[in-house]
Write a protein that binds this ligand. Structure first.
Ligand code: ATP
Ligand code: MG
Length: 257
């Protein structure tokens, strides 16, 4: 749910009411190969969890399990107290927004249409209402002036902000980010990270897979280190970055920091 704080008409800033998310012994496989084993994780409402770990450790698979782009083999995903595995996947994906490394925008639609599309097709809003909400969301990510541009006429950073606006327009309870800035030119990364940090501050529940250790340190309430399909360590940014306990995390940090 998104509430508008009308007390301050100039700011026009929404606050979010993120839901809790819990993974219980989540195990995921591709065919016979288990790539996630017994992962348990609690994400409190309105908090940000950053997931770090080497390539192939299962970070993307975990996110794909949460919104069931790939069905878990066993275990449970609990959203706001109820099993997400019992929710219709389309409804689940409107409650859990996901932003990918490659923005996945529709190339033949304008920024505004990209944001509005699911509002009338999934949320069954009238076109006028959908466009109005899309405009608002685009303004919120700093793209009011670019509403009528197609993706190819936008920078990578702007395209990613359209993708974030599109996810936010569905009024999600949780937002998942999978390497949202890794395809961007270095000078465009900061704008997207700043936007993500502002969502976190405004109460969205976020699970962020990232290589941006500075972001994780600054924005995360909880950092989770994964390796070989398992959660090896989790804790506050200070615990993970300043006091890594396991040899695996120490080695990983020595390679990325
Ligand atoms: N569609 C798939 N079919 C089979 N195996 C897959 C599939 N997707 C991922 N895998 C395997 O599952 C394991 C976990 O992959 P995953 O993409 O979750 O890792 P990751 O931590 O996101 O890595 P990266 O940092 O490179 O994105 C890897 O061994 C990978 O090869
Ligand atoms: Mg990945």
């Amino acid at each position: 749910m998104i509430t508008t704080t009308s007390a301050n008409p100039t700011a026009d800033i929404d606050t979010f009411h993120g839901s809790s998310l819990e993974l219980k012994n989540l195990t995921m496989a591709y065919g016979d190969i288990e790539v996630l084993r017994n992962v348990s994780l609690t994400v409190a409402p309105g908090t940000t969890t950053c997931i770090i770990g080497p390539s192939g450790s299962g970070k993307s698979t975990l996110l794909r399990g949460v919104n069931r782009l790939h069905e878990p083999k066993s275990g449970d995903v609990v959203l706001a107290g109820d099993s997400a595995l019992k929710v219709n996947p389309d409804i689940l994906r409107s409650r859990i927004g996901m932003v990918f490394q490659h923005f996945n925008l529709f190339p033949d639609h304008t920024a505004l249409e990209n944001v509005a599309l699911a509002l009338w097709s999934v949320k069954k809003m009238s076109k006028a209402e959908a466009r109005e909400r899309a405009r608002r969301r685009l303004a919120e990510v700093g793209l009011a002036e670019r509403a009528d541009h197609r993706p190819r006429d936008l920078s990578g950073g702007q395209q990613q902000r359209v993708a974030i606006a599109r996810a936010l327009a569905m009024e999600p309870e949780v937002m998942l980010f999978d390497e949202a800035t890794s395809a961007l030119d270095p000078e465009l990364v900061k704008g997207v990270l700043t936007l993500m940090a502002s969502l976190a501050k405004r109460g969205m529940t976020m699970v962020v897979v990232t290589h941006e250790m500075g972001f994780a340190r600054k924005v995360a309430d909880q950092v989770v280190f994964m390796d070989e399909g398992e959660v090896v360590e989790s804790g506050t940014p200070a615990e993970i970055f300043d006091n890594p306990r396991s040899e695996r995390l120490q080695r990983f940090l020595s390679e990325v920091l």
